[in-house]
Design a protein around this ligand. Structure first.
Ligand code: NAP
Length: 241
């Protein structure tokens, strides 16, 4: 299984759970070598770390070739890498920010899905597999006044989920998505708003932010044979939002 953005947060929780479920895990990450190495040491089974900016076609192709060489096959992809920049209305967002968000959150998952399908699809001689895209409740809610660009990037990921699931349904590949709400990870502080979770907790019907492990449970279930009749579907993990 390849999990992109697995050096911390939701991706790290998915990698840990998948490893304990028996997967060999390819840990994708962007920059934090120490965090990726630390996670590898925490895995229950075999794993290896692969540094790649998912927004770069050359880097993604290199990562998949390295995974081919090291693991020999790919059964599952979790398109989890993503980022946001907060605190802006649409009339304040510049081109640099738009391209940074869309490269990581849209171009990256498309490129990784392409490479995975080329390996998994029975039409390409593969054995089938499963893909889970980590979208966001933001795709439904729009994130007005904070990050409509990020919400729109997750809307694109939802559409990729539906369209790709239909393209490869007859080729042994299931494609689904999870849509987390507010989850306790570094993404909020890195997006410039470390107090976001505390400030918005009163708006969460279940009364608390979610844990990365609660998202990981749904991701690993969607990838498993227990979800064998599920494709083109979404699981909202957003505490009722
Ligand atoms: P996080 O703690 O900030 O972790 C993000 C991960 O993505 C890190 O491993 C980071 O690698 C990697 N990454 C970022 N840009 C990348 C790029 N261009 N290429 C490759 N890797 C890249 O975030 P998180 O909260 O766990 O979020 C994971 C996913 O869940 C994201 O897609 C996010 O949009 C989604 N999500 C999160 C929440 C939430 O409340 N936390 C809610 C809904 C959806 P480095 O550490 O090496 O930089």
């Amino acid at each position: 299984m390849l999990v992109t953005g697995a050096s911390r947060g939701i991706g790290a929780a998915v990698a840990r759970l998948a490893s304990s479920a028996g997967y060999a895990v390819a840990v994708g990450y962007h920059s934090d070598d120490a965090a990726a190495e630390k996670l590898l040491a925490e895995l229950a089974g075999p794993g290896a770390a692969f540094k790649a900016d998912v927004g770069s076609e050359a880097a993604v192709e290199r990562m998949f070739t390295e995974i081919d060489n090291q693991f020999g096959r790919l059964d599952a992809l979790v398109n989890n890498a993503g980022l946001l920049e907060g605190g802006s209305r649409v009339d304040q967002i510049d081109e640099r920010r738009l391209r940074r968000v869309l490269d990581a959150n849209v171009v990256g998952p498309f490129l990784c899905a392409r490479e995975a399908v080329r390996r998994m699809s029975t039409a390409h001689g593969g054995n089938g597999g499963a893909i889970v895209n980590v979208s966001s409740a933001a795709s439904r809610l729009g994130s007005a006044g904070e990050y409509v660009d990020y919400a729109a990037s997750k809307g694109a990921l939802d559409t990729l989920t539906i369209g790709l699931s239909l393209e490869v349904a007859g080729e042994g590949i299931r494609v689904n998505a999870v849509r987390p709400g507010f989850i306790k990870t570094d993404i909020h502080a890195r997006g410039g708003d470390p107090e976001r979770l505390a400030r918005l907790t009163p708006a969460i019907p279940l009364g608390r932010p979610g844990e990365p492990e609660e998202v990981a449970e749904a991701v690993v279930w969607l990838l498993s044979a227990k979800a064998s009749y599920v494709t083109g579907s979404f699981i909202d993990i957003a505490g009722g939002r």
